[in-house]
Design a protein around this ligand. Structure first.
Ligand SMILES: [Zn+2]
Length: 371
């Protein structure tokens, strides 16, 4: 067995790519830092092995106990948010840290009443704020609001402490999700059928929130942004994504400037082509879409991220079952392996760690990266 460090010395610092890059299967003869591995995976470049990361929360109660940083306080305390988020690297051994655990930071800053939850529940928006797009008002000091400042503070701390070796991912809600929060999920979904003009006006007005917060996270030191926008297959048709949301996404991707990962849960197979056309670098997808079908649908136009099942496999399954799903994703050509969405807060640590072990093991078998 060759030692990869000896090998990298013998080739200087030039990469030796053993085969043409195809999906995540390209292997290199040197070991990359976590940060480079994540970013190269995201931007569909050659890597030593697939990255292991999640652009949505991997925080659990066990990690809270280890770090002493607990829900719900972490949602409003940047230092505690950073401490808990760093467990993704310190405990799980992943390649990236994403500190925005909840989906309510923007809604809270806009003025929605929020239930911040408990140690083992996620925060939720308690009631909408507005009854029409003409009422949307983004406070001039939106970026100074405590729920927003918390996230920016956490990213700054993580950048300063971990940024030289692991990737820091920011997360913003897209205008579709924000409309659920400020206007109401039922109301908004009904409007997609009966009042598309109102939907467009909401999306237009709320995309300013996404853009401002996204840019601020990149300026604070995030390497990439997750844009979570829940136009999910269970609620909205693929053609609706294309007609109503894709034009806004295309503009956001252009204007935000940094690398972007779109997150939509549920079955998204019918809109994967439209998502690729929107210009995102990557898409974080649910296990309701088979990994091979997803890779077939997007080819090399998008890096795929995910898609280990949360409720059955990560929460209730065994490490072997987790490893089997991770291997299937790797074999399909998913470039960044991780949970499909924010993990349930009681997910066992050993199952989250089993994802990384499976990726490392697959890389060892290929004779590429060795730990
Ligand atoms: Zn999700």
């Amino acid at each position: 067995m060759r030692n990869p460090r000896d090998l990298s010395a013998s080739v200087g610092l030039r990469y030796r790519i053993k085969r043409p890059a195809k999906g995540c299967r390209a292997t290199m003869s040197i070991v990359m830092s976590s940060r480079r591995r994540f970013l190269a995976s995201l931007l569909r470049g050659p890597v030593d092995r697939p990255a292991v990361a999640s652009p949505t929360s991997v925080a659990t109660v066990e990690q809270m106990e280890q770090t002493g940083a607990f829900f719900p306080d972490v949602h409003r305390d940047g230092a505690a948010m950073a401490r808990l988020a760093a467990a993704a690297v310190d405990t799980l051994g992943y390649d990236a840290i994403m500190p925005v655990f909840s989906v309510v930071q923007e809604a809270a800053a806009l003025g929605c009443p929020v239930d911040w939850g408990s140690v083992d529940t996620m925060p939720t928006v308690r009631a909408p704020l507005w009854t029409g797009p003409d009422q949307v008002q983004i406070p001039a000091a939106f970026l100074e609001g405590p729920p927003i400042r918390t996230v920016l503070d956490a990213i700054r701390v993580l950048r300063a402490t971990y940024g030289h070796r692991v990737a820091i991912i920011g997360k913003v809600m897209g205008p579709w999700t924000l409309a659920y929060h400020v206007y109401g999920l039922q109301e908004f979904l009904t409007d997609t059928l009966l009042a598309p003009k109102r939907v467009r006006e909401f999306l237009e007005a709320l995309s300013a929130v996404t853009l401002a917060f996204g840019r601020a996270q990149l300026a604070a030191g995030a390497d990439a942004l997750c844009l979570a926008d829940h136009a999910t297959g269970d609620l909205v048709r693929g053609t609706m994504y294309r007609d109503l949301l894709q034009p806004i996404h295309r503009r956001l991707v252009r204007d935000v400037g940094g690398p972007t990962v779109l997150h939509i849960c549920g079955n998204t197979l019918d809109r994967l082509g439209y998502i690729a056309d929107a210009g995102f670098d990557a898409f974080h997808f649910d296990s309701k879409v088979d990994a091979f079908d997803a890779v077939n649908a997007v080819g090399d136009r998008l890096a795929l991220v995910g898609n280990v099942n949360n409720p059955e496999t990560l929460l209730r399954g065994t490490p072997e079952e987790v490893a089997a799903q991770a291997r299937r994703a790797i074999n399909a050509g998913v470039r960044i392996i991780g949970p499909e969405c924010a993990v349930p807060l009681r997910t066992p640590l050993e199952n989250l760690i089993a994802i990384r072990h499976a990726v490392e093991e697959a890389a060892r078998r290929k004779g590429g990266h060795r730990e």
